[in-house]
Design a protein around this ligand. Sequence first.
Ligand code: NAD
Length: 499
Amino acid sequence: MTVQLKPGDSAEFQALSGGKDATPVTVAFGDGIGPEIMKASLNILIAAGAKISIEPIEIGEKAYLAGNTAGIEPSAWDSLRRTKVFYKAPITTPQGGGFKSLNVTVRKSLGLFANVRPCTAYAPFVATKHPGMDVVVVRENEEDLYAGIEHRQTDDVYQCLKLISRPGCEKIARYAFEYAKAQDRKKVTCFTKDNIMKLTDGLFHKVFDEVAAEYPEIENEHWIVDIGAAKLADTPEAFDVVVMPNLYGDVLSDVAAQIAGSVGLAPSANIGEHCAMFEAIHGSAPRRAGQDMANPSGLLLAGVMMMNHIGQSDVAEKVHNAWLKAIEDGLHTYDIFDAETSKQKLGTAAFAEAVIDRLGQKPAQLQPVTYNAEAKPFEVPRPTSRPAAKKELVGIDVFVDSTKSAEALAADMQHAESPLVELAMITNRGVKVWPGGLPETFCTNHWRCRFMAKPNKQMNKATIVELLSNLTKVGVDFIKTEQLFTFDGEIGYSLGQGQ
Ligand code: NAD
């Protein structure tokens, strides 16, 4: 039985779903093509026997325009926290300032730290240059530049804080290895840029290595993200599971999905200790909305991941194999339609019907999937506790807004020296310009002036207050400070380029 649903209307699904042992699932029909592809996906899942009871919530454009800056009605959180399972269609983020990303808000508020994106080729039925591709990108979902902490510090200079934590690295690295183990995958690759960001990406790489040592049966390797990305785009067959910090994972999972065949085919699962969210990786494609054209496959395959997550792997297997059979039979939506390999171009609803017609069938040429109903899901990793390192204050970076030369600024800064601290260096955008800078170095009005404790002197917070007070007296416009610590004697800050 299928449901003829008007976009946005979920009442009939509520009536259809349910039952004694149904798992409650929060569902958002989203914007643009969202309602059409959600309706198609739910029709297929329910036809396959999914035992779910749907709790619809309103998110996206309507919620934004109703004045909720994060795009979600406050009452929706109750449902999410109750069901702990979120099946989400894509939404439209209105243009203009003041709107916060709903995805980032949901992921961070619910602690969904792992974003899992399988990117699989379906050659020869879906055109791809990489017929053997079967890569899973595991993207860290909560940290990195997505902390959303940005400041304009001077007239010319803006900053975005990149935050990486040890527990965050540990959870995502362990998740990648546990996932590889559970899915019988052979290798986990880590991408970072730790040749440049030695502390933040350096920590991600270091923790990856530590965790990798606990899984000797799984091969591990690390690539610098730039050449790793080039290799992934050129030879994805060389990769299996790839784990990365948030920004690289955001970019490269789209690249991986597209070169596998189409972003329209790729699902994603956002997993946390308490909750999980399942969605397509693409957006709401507003230009295709309401035309019964969009490909529901990414959202449907996210539904397959959800069925596995809630322990209904029989439904997951049935739907996945029927979908593979429809793809193999050349029944394709416009985005993957190819006159040579496709047999029929179908709209969203007709494609869903084609999948439903094939429930119970398996593909003949593509590899059928088998999901083990007995397999226990692995426990979502928690960070291990460790004794805190001994933290010692050894200096301070004072950031200054100034149009003076490096030499003139150094003279001002030296007025603030005390018996405990002295000016050690000035950098501009990270490059050392004092002492001994080069005249060729381009300087902005944003300076970092590093004061260090004098040899055999111990500075403290009062030293900093005195230093800043002295700077005020000579009219220095300091805009922020960063304290410099050692941790068990190990330096906890980067050196200036050229230092
Ligand atoms: P998009 O993914 O919506 O569309 C990019 C291109 O892919 C378009 O040409 C579109 O027609 C095509 N496309 C995407 N999904 C398709 C499908 N299922 N079937 C067929 N073709 C498909 O990206 P965009 O245009 O950059 O963004 C549109 C809106 O979606 C924006 O408001 C953006 O903020 C939002 N968005 C939402 C999510 C989400 O909710 N998870 C993710 C990305 C973008």
